[in-house]
Design a protein around this ligand. Structure first.
Ligand code: RIB
Ligand code: CA
Length: 328
């Protein structure tokens, strides 16, 4: 089985952390670099959270971590800390060891010298046709990299983006998904780039659910530092979801973007021409796919492959099996 070399651009964020754990537990992918972007939390908090997660998974070798955009291209940043917690990881500072110390001490932060877009450009141009860039936060870093070095970015093997909502309702407004809504200008620039892009929208991510009962069972029967982290990072979120929806369950949005690279057969892709609404009105961040049944020559050619179906049960089973694997 060939190993896919990936860069992960992320705004952790609880589901981002679960996605990173899945990536490090999966032999099908090699995490070559991690870049951070403002989104769920500030970029400084996102960068700290990546370093904390790397301490938890204790990955060797440790991939370079580059800090990215502190705000969207043109708009102010609006975080999602109400959902992900003040620290972006379910308020891990609440958890103590038996000795009364923090279960998750401040991480070692050894960052790459260059900013995120520069690291993305460098790694892609150094390995033409080999790197898959997986974006699981707002697309600010990716848009900046494309604007800075379009010819170099054209050497990317594929870009996989968690974001958008095609037929599904939005999750931050009735029509917009958070990553697109946070930086619609960046998303519009990326979608118009002509690069090979696979979109993993809410239409499929909302079908892959993680539940509190699954996590509780894992902690009881498997144990270990990673499953304990998953429990601690999701515990507050499950309470919020229980109050909000009556069910202690949360979608594995970002992990499914990793899943689409680990095993492309998990999702069914369909080519669409997709635009992003950049106006400031109620449709801000809406992703509009041309799904009309008409002759191809009568409409814009597709610019994205959009995942519209998912083998949800098989993906959740893969996710649970992987997070229980002993750390290498
Ligand atoms: O809409 C879900 C996306 O927004 C995920 O990437 C989540 O982490 C948030 O960033
Ligand atoms: Ca995210």
């Amino acid at each position: 089985m060939p190993t896919t070399r990936v860069i992960i651009d992320t705004d952790p964020g609880i589901d981002d952390a679960l996605a990173l754990i899945l990536a490090f537990a999966s032999p099908e992918v090699s995490v070559e670099a991690i870049t951070t972007v403002a989104g769920n939390v500030s970029v400084s908090q996102a960068t700290r959270n990546v370093c904390l997660l790397l301490d938890v998974v204790d990955s060797h070798p440790r991939p370079p971590v580059a800090k990215g955009a502190a705000r969207p291209l043109t708009r102010p940043l609006r975080t999602a800390q109400r959902y992900h917690g003040e620290d972006g990881l379910g308020e891990l500072f609440r958890f103590k060891t038996e000795a009364g110390e923090s279960r998750y001490p401040d991480p070692r932060q050894h960052l790459a010298p260059q900013p995120a877009p520069a690291l993305i450009i460098e790694q892609i141009s150094a390995a033409p046709g080999e790197i898959v860039l997986i974006c699981i936060g707002p697309l600010t870093n990716l848009a900046t990299a494309i604007q800075t070095a379009p010819a170099e970015m054209a050497k990317v093997k594929e870009i996989v983006i968690m974001g958008g909502a095609i037929q599904a309702p939005g999750n931050v407004t009735p029509v917009a998904e958070f990553n697109m809504h946070t930086d619609p200008e960046a998303a519009g620039l990326v979608f118009a780039s002509g690069l090979p892009i696979t979109l993993v929208p809410l239409d499929v991510t909302q079908r892959v659910l993680l539940t509190a009962e699954l996590i509780d069972a894992l902690v009881r029967h498997v144990g270990g530092r990673v499953t304990q982290f998953v429990h601690d990072a999701t515990e507050r979120l499950f309470r919020i979801e229980q109050d909000r929806t009556g069910r202690a369950a949360t979608p594995l949005h970002d992990p499914l973007a990793i899943g689409a690279v680990i095993d492309p057969s998990l999702v069914t892709r369909r080519p669409f021409y997709v635009q992003v609404e950049t106006g400031a009105g109620p449709a801000q961040g809406m992703t509009i796919a041309d799904r009309r049944q008409m002759l191809e020559k009568e409409k814009q050619p597709p610019n994205l492959q959009v995942c519209m179906e998912v083998d949800a049960g098989r993906f959740v089973a893969i996710f649970l099996e992987r997070i229980c694997r002993p750390l290498t």
